[in-house]
Write a protein that binds this ligand. Structure first.
Ligand code: ARG
Length: 469
C-alpha cells in the first residue's frame, strides 16, 4: 500500500472525500508525479529558465535585480543538483516545480516572477526538446566511434575472404572488409536520420505559454537563440502539443537498434564453434558457471535483445499520442520514460558493439576454409561460359549446374575437377576456365562500383573516412 499523503486529507475534499478517508490523494500524488524520471531534465530546465528570466528583464517585464537574483539562485540550484545535495520531492510533482520551489527557498520573492509569461506546457516542451537534442548528439558521437572501429577492422581485412551468404547458404565469396563496410553504410544512414531529426527538432516552443501565447511583450527569438534553437516554433497550439521530435528520435533509435541487432546476430554466428570466424576478446566474453570451456557472446545477445524494448518504446509513444485532441494533455507526461530508456539502451548497445568490433580477432583460415564450401565460384564459371564461349546466360547456368553435380558426386571443388570431366558437359570449355574458379579470382574480379574486390573495398574505406570520420 502506498503511504498516505501527509499534506492533504482526502476526507476534507468536499467532492468525493467522504468515502476515501485520506487514501486516494496519496495515490493521486503518485500517479501525478513525474519527478522520479523527469529529474533527468534538470540541466535543461535550468537553462530554459535562465534564458526566460534574462529575456523578461530585457523586455522590462521583470526588473534587472529580480532577473539577477533568479539567475544566481538557479545557478545555486544547479550546483546542489550536481553535488547530489538537492532533495527532489514528490509533492512538487515534477522537475519544473521542484526547481522553482527550491529557488523560492533560496532567493525568496523574486522567484515568484520567473513563471511570468510561460507555462509548464511550453516549459516541458522546451526542456524535452533540449534533452532529446543532447541525446541525438550523443548518439551521433557513439555511432561515429562504431564506424571508426568497423572501418579499422575493414582495412585490416580488405583481402580476407569468407563466404558471402544469401538465405544463410554460401552464395559467393566476399571479403570481410566489404562485409564490415556494409554496416558502416547502415550506421551512416542512422546518423543521417539523427541529423534530420535534430534539424526539425531545433525550434523553440518557449513563449507559447499554456497554449495560446501571452499578452506580455516577450521576445521568443531571443530565448530561442539563447538556447541554441534555430528559431521559435510557429504555432503556439502546436508548440505545446507536439511530440513528433520524441517519436522521430525513437524511430531513429529503433532503426539503428535493428541494424545493431543484425550485426549482433552475425557475431553470435561467427563466434559459434561451427563457424569460429571470429573470437571476441576476454573483455567482451562471459564464461559459464558450469561449462568451463564456454566463451559466450552475451553482449551481442543483449544488444540483439534490447532491440525489443526499443521497438516497444516507439509503439508505446505513438500509441500515447494517437487521438489526443489539441493541445496539452497529461497523457503527454508519459513521453519521457520511453525516450530515456531508449537512450540508455542504445547508448549501451552502441558502446558494446564498438568494443566487440574493435577488440575481436579474425580467424582468416576458418573463413577461407568455409569460403571453399558449397561451390562458391559456380557463378564465376557461368560468367566465364558467357564471356568466353558466348553462351546465353540461361544456358550457361544450366551447363554450370551439371558441372556442379559432377563435382558433388566426385566430392571435390570446381577447381579440382579434371578438364575432361568438365568437357563431358560442354566440349568447348578450355583449361582457361580454371583461372576463374578460385575464390581469390572470384573476389578480385568483382570490380563493379560497390563490389567486393579488395581494390574497391580500399576505395570505399578511403571514401568512408572522408565522409564519416
Ligand atoms: N510534468 C508535466 C509533463 O511532463 C509538466 C507539464 C504539466 N502541465 C500541466 N498543465 N499539468 O508533462
Amino acid at each position: 500500500m502506498p503511504d498516505k499523503s501527509t499534506k492533504q486529507d482526502g476526507a476534507s475534499n468536499k467532492l468525493w472525500g467522504g468515502r476515501f478517508a485520506g487514501g486516494p490523494d496519496a495515490i493521486m500524488e503518485r500517479i501525478n508525479a513525474s519527478i522520479g524520471f523527469d529529474k533527468r531534465m534538470a540541466a535543461q530546465d535550468i537553462a530554459g529558465s535562465k534564458a526566460h528570466a534574462a529575456m523578461l528583464a530585457k523586455q522590462a517585464i521583470i526588473t534587472a535585480e529580480d532577473s539577477a537574483a533568479i539567475a544566481g539562485g538557479l545557478d545555486a540550484v544547479a550546483d546542489e543538483i550536481a553535488s547530489g545535495a538537492f532533495r527532489f520531492k514528490t509533492e512538487h510533482e515534477d522537475i519544473h516545480m521542484n526547481v522553482e520551489a527550491r529557488l523560492a527557498e533560496l532567493i525568496g520573492a523574486p522567484a515568484g516572477r520567473l513563471h511570468t509569461a510561460r507555462s509548464r506546457n511550453d516549459q516541458v516542451a522546451t526542456d524535452f526538446r533540449l534533452w532529446t537534442r543532447d541525446a541525438l548528439d550523443r548518439l551521433d558521437e557513439g555511432l561515429k566511434a562504431l564506424q571508426e572501429a568497423l572501418i579499422a577492422q575493414a582495412e585490416r581485412h580488405a583481402d580476407t575472404i569468407l563466404p558471402g551468404f544469401t538465405h544463410l547458404q554460401s552464395a559467393q565469396p566476399v571479403t570481410f572488409g566489404h562485409h564490415l563496410m556494409a554496416y558502416v553504410e547502415m550506421i551512416g544512414r542512422d546518423r543521417g536520420r539523427a541529423a534530420d531529426g535534430r534539424r526539425r527538432l531545433n525550434e523553440s516552443p518557449l513563449g507559447a505559454a499554456a497554449l495560446a501565447g501571452t499578452p506580455f511583450p516577450i521576445d521568443r527569438q531571443a530565448t530561442a537563440a539563447a538556447l541554441g534553437f534555430d528559431r521559435p516554433t510557429a504555432n503556439s497550439l502546436d508548440s505545446v502539443s507536439d511530440r513528433d521530435f520524441a517519436i522521430e528520435y525513437l524511430s531513429t533509435v529503433a532503426i539503428c537498434a535493428m541494424h545493431l541487432s543484425r550485426l549482433a546476430e552475425e557475431i553470435v554466428i561467427w563466434t559459434c564453434d561451427q563457424f569460429r570466424f571470429v573470437r571476441l576478446s576476454d573483455g567482451f566474453t562471459t564464461g559459464s558457471s558450469i561449462m568451463p570451456q564456454k566463451r559466450n557472446p552475451d553482449a551481442a545477445e543483449l544488444a540483439r535483445a534490447k532491440t525489443g524494448r526499443i521497438f516497444g518504446h516507439l509503439i508505446g509513444l505513438l500509441t500515447v499520442m494517437k487521438g489526443l485532441s489539441l493541445t496539452y494533455a497529461k497523457d503527454m507526461q508519459e513521453d519521457k520514460e520511453p525516450v530515456f530508456d531508449a537512450d540508455d539502451s542504445i547508448s549501451l548497445c552502441v558502446a558494446a558493439m564498438t568494443g566487440m568490433i574493435a577488440d575481436m580477432s579474425v580467424n582468416k583460415e576458418a573463413m577461407r576454409r568455409a569460403a571453399e564450401n558449397g561451390f562458391p565460384t559456380a557463378t564465376d564459371l557461368a560468367d566465364w561460359l558467357v564471356r568466353v564461349l558466348d553462351l546465353p546466360f540461361r544456358q550457361a547456368h544450366h551447363v554450370t549446374g551439371r558441372i556442379v553435380r559432377l563435382a558433388e558426386e566426385a566430392g571435390v571443388g570446381l577447381a579440382d575437377l579434371p578438364l575432361e570431366t568438365v568437357r563431358s558437359v560442354e566440349p568447348k570449355i578450355t583449361a582457361d576456365v580454371f583461372s576463374v574458379l578460385t575464390v581469390e579470382a572470384s573476389v578480385a574480379s568483382r570490380m563493379s562500383h560497390g563490389g567486393t574486390a579488395p581494390v574497391r573495398v580500399r576505395e570505399a574505406i578511403a571514401e568512408a573516412r572522408k565522409r564519416y570520420l
